[in-house]
Design a protein around this ligand. Structure first.
Ligand SMILES: Nc1ncnc2c1ncn2[C@@H]1O[C@H](COP(=O)(O)OP(=O)(O)OP(=O)(O)O)[C@@H](O)[C@H]1O
Ligand SMILES: [Mg+2]
Length: 296
């Protein structure tokens, strides 16, 4: 089943006398573990599509399903949980709180998710470590370079260990060298099993993706697969943040026995969503990682 599925998605802005069709019948499927780039001219509807995928906006017409479930049928709690836990959003304009330290900016989504303070700090520090900002945690955004700000924004998007990372022009405001560093962060996230969707107008950036969708006038013009889509790797805290701790081979697909008990269902991301599961996962994550045996 596709992780993300849009069917005949329209977004129309009513501008008084005329209507702007930002998206026109977009049907798209994205599997778990894909690394997808969205390209297209300015005004073609890229950010509009991304906002719909990120559940930040609702379509005028059409259906959007996450893991087979229509988003329109979800209640506020479920939507909040998806926004807070499953999706990490990196905005084109970093959207950081100017007076708050890098650490506090990264902690914000965890505050919304109701995570206790000590745990919050631990997770925020881990996310900043992943983007190599250990020595800049107490700096405010205006005391950071553009690339460092973007890395804070990425750390904030990742701090909940979301299964889907959405990034709108994450390298748009950066010089080439910093852009390459940021792309290395996304590659690490992808190797760790995350689904990555990023908007870019740079072919050099899109080259990192395994699939490129070209959008024009609110429609998908071309859908190119550049390389084989690798099987999603095991992920979640047991797999660590991926890029930093031992990386798992992309061929490894965890085999799980069908569930036969009455425990609450796992979260979409596979990331533990109850305090007990989180504690257990943290314990597991401290054990050294060992290569799984290849499938026979
Ligand atoms: N809130 C809005 N009200 C009216 N029209 C809008 C609104 N937001 C976007 N649009 C229009 O919808 C179209 C698609 O906008 P969108 O922001 O998705 O483009 P984009 O592909 O992300 O462009 P860019 O590369 O410049 O960021 C544009 O024509 C834009 O003018
Ligand atoms: Mg845009």
């Amino acid at each position: 089943m596709a992780l993300i599925k849009t069917e005949n998605l329209w977004k129309t802005y009513d501008m008084g006398t005329e209507s702007v069709h930002a998206l026109r019948a977009v049907s798209l499927e994205v599997e778990r573990g894909e690394f997808l780039a969205i390209m297209g001219p300015s005004g073609s509807g890229k950010s509009t599509l991304m906002n719909l995928i990120g559940c930040l906006d609702t379509p005028t017409e059409g259906t959007y399903l996450i893991n087979g479930r229509p988003v329109s049928g979800m209640n506020d709690d479920e939507l909040a949980r998806i926004r807070n836990r499953e999706i990490g959003f990196v905005f084109q304009t970093f959207n950081l709180l100017p007076r708050a330290s890098a650490l506090h900016n990264v902690e914000l989504p965890l505050i919304y998710a109701g995570i206790p303070a000590a745990e919050r700090k631990e997770q925020a520090v881990a996310a900043l470590h992943l983007v190599e900002l250990d020595d800049r945690m107490d700096h405010r955004p205006n005391e950071l370079s553009g690339g460092q700000r973007q890395r804070v924004a990425i750390a904030r998007a990742l701090v909940n260990n979301p299964s889907i990372v959405l990034a709108d022009e994450p390298t748009g405001n950066l010089d080439t060298k910093t852009g390459i560093e940021i792309m290395a962060v996304f590659e690490g996230l992808h190797r760790a099993g995350n689904t990555i969707i990023l908007i870019t107008h740079e072919a050099e950036v899109a080259r990192h993706a395994h699939r490129v969708i070209h959008i024009r006038d609110g429609q998908i013009e071309r859908d190119e697969r550049t390389t084989r889509v690798p099987a999603p790797a095991a992920r979640g805290p047991a797999g660590g943040w991926g890029a930093g701790r031992g990386e798992r081979g992309s061929w490894y697909v965890p085999q799980r026995a069908p569930r036969q008990d009455s425990r609450p269902p796992p979260s979409i991301s596979g990331f533990p969503d109850t305090p007990r599961r989180r504690r257990a996962a943290r314990r597991r994550s401290r054990r050294p990682w060992r290569a799984p045996r290849p499938p026979r």
